[in-house]
Design a protein around this ligand. Sequence first.
Ligand SMILES: [Ca+2]
Ligand SMILES: [Ca+2]
Length: 642
Amino acid sequence: MGINSAIKIKYIKFISACVTSLLISISIYGQNDVTNVIIIICDDLNDSVEGMGGHVQAQTPNIDRLIDMGVQFTNAHANAPICGPSRASLWTGIYPSKTGYYGHNQQQNRWRNFPIMTDAITIMEHYNNNGFKLYGSGKVFHNGHEDNSVFNQPLDGGPSSFGPFPWDGSTMHSWGKPQAFGHSIMPPNIRDSKWGGFAPLSEIPTVDDYTGWMKDWEEPWGFQYESEMDRGLMPDEITSIWVSEKLTETHDNPFFIVAGMNRPHTPRYAPKEFFDMFPLETIILPPYLENDLNDTPSILWENNYQSSALTRFLADSAETDIGSEMWWKKWVQSYLACVAFVDHQVGVILDSLENSQYADNTIVIFTSDHGYHMGEKNFLSKTTIWEESTRIPLVVYAPGVSVAGAKVAHPVSLIDIYPTLIDLSALPENPNIGGNGYLLDGYSIRPFLENPINGTWNGPPVALNHLHGNVNPDDNIPSPIAENHHSVRSSRYRYTLTSDGEEEFYDHLNDPNEWNNLAINDLDDATLSLLEWHKSEMFDLLNISTLNINELTKSDEFNLYQRYLGTSNWTTQIEYTLTRETQVKIEVFNINGKKLLSLVNESKPAGKHDMSFDLSKFSSGLYFCKMTTPTFSKTKKMILSH
Ligand SMILES: [Ca+2]
Ligand SMILES: [Ca+2]
């Protein structure tokens, strides 16, 4: 065979391969059960969406429009309350408790470095392997930890950036991008860092001698802002416009689009029109209970900078015509403004979809990577295991399947998205079967889409949430289940077990704000068996029979007893038991975290110890007594009422 003939044959083979793959694509696309997919995922959006019972002033008419088209899940949860682990789990369909990627210092690790996820087939790859064209824009993975190779082309929509930011006009990072600053109009305690800022774009920042915004996603770095009508586009606007343009094109293959919104993640800068929707003097603060943390396990908040966020806001709020909670109200206003801004982007995408040839054969999913506290339990952040952090909006519109305008109250979570889409798109069920072999952890919620009230699914009766504990593993090392906190949400209750063995149990029917931790009380038999049922459902999902709390942590003990012996004689007795000789610190703090007394600070032998001290010089109020060893930490409350 001559060289020319060989080339010719190769060429013919190439052509025929192309024709075959084209025919396969066309035949797949022509099937009735094959639809396109658009996932709109927001960053840090809690349940402040109309109809969800989050913040009462939320204005989200476009998300509401999607709710009218599809099914809204009112008891949907994130599996991890922080970006990196939540998204890694969502896109791979594997629980953080199985991958060991929970958060803490692991947030700085790339998710692909964790053994189970290194070669896990993501939802994008699974669609791509089955003939879909992939498109992505904005924040899909956690920033800096992307694996955009899962898209079969560069992530070619908009940038994933939290900008624009304040800037000094010159300072650059060593990696060649401009360095962001906090906003000059805010008290330093509140703006905190470049992340803590919130203001309308019309509040053009001045840092040193430079006045203007900075965008950190492309040169020139300056973000143009002359007026509301004459300004640059923010990343979420670039994304929504890009997606809407994709919907005007004719596609040869079915498509899978991820529109990743960066808002309402901090910093909360958005166009002024969205701030103007929520005049400061009208802002309603979320339901709030002072000392709400008192009945919760201290490991969930002690030594956590975020747990004093509200205290800082109140301390920096002078009495003004909108009250002494001015900065808290401004914070709430900025959150609502950013939610309304994101809702507008949803509207841009829906408008384009409704006017396109894909209106009747495109699945649309709207959700968020986790929730956010708005001051509840003193947090103004994510990264807790309470309802504010775990609860997320979830709306699924599946043409021909979902019941328009229906609501589903059964608990579900982000882990269920991957199997649901496999079900709706009729893709092969086990994407990892030829690879690492791991099965997906979630279940298809299709039965609820078809029958919102009486649908039964194969999934569990609870949604599983994880929160990283306070033991930092080495880089890229999976964190063991026992060193993290876990929680399950049923239709009515939330049960939580912390890494040091403490429990929470909340009854959402009577206590929707999780104010009253039932687990600290002596429970009647019926409530106790309910608690035990939730615990056993949790252990099933964690795939363990007992949770082996670190033995050292478990067997060290710290107890505190208060005795009142007359007006001038307040005695507090402390008992503690050590499993071995170790360094011990016992300290007393006031409610603001200021250390008032150091009672013990030395090495002590194994065994039982006791001591007492006098509190008569202390004024009435709440105090904390904390014992720390290198492997143990426990805080006890002391309440003095003279
Ligand atoms: Ca997030
Ligand atoms: Ca409480």
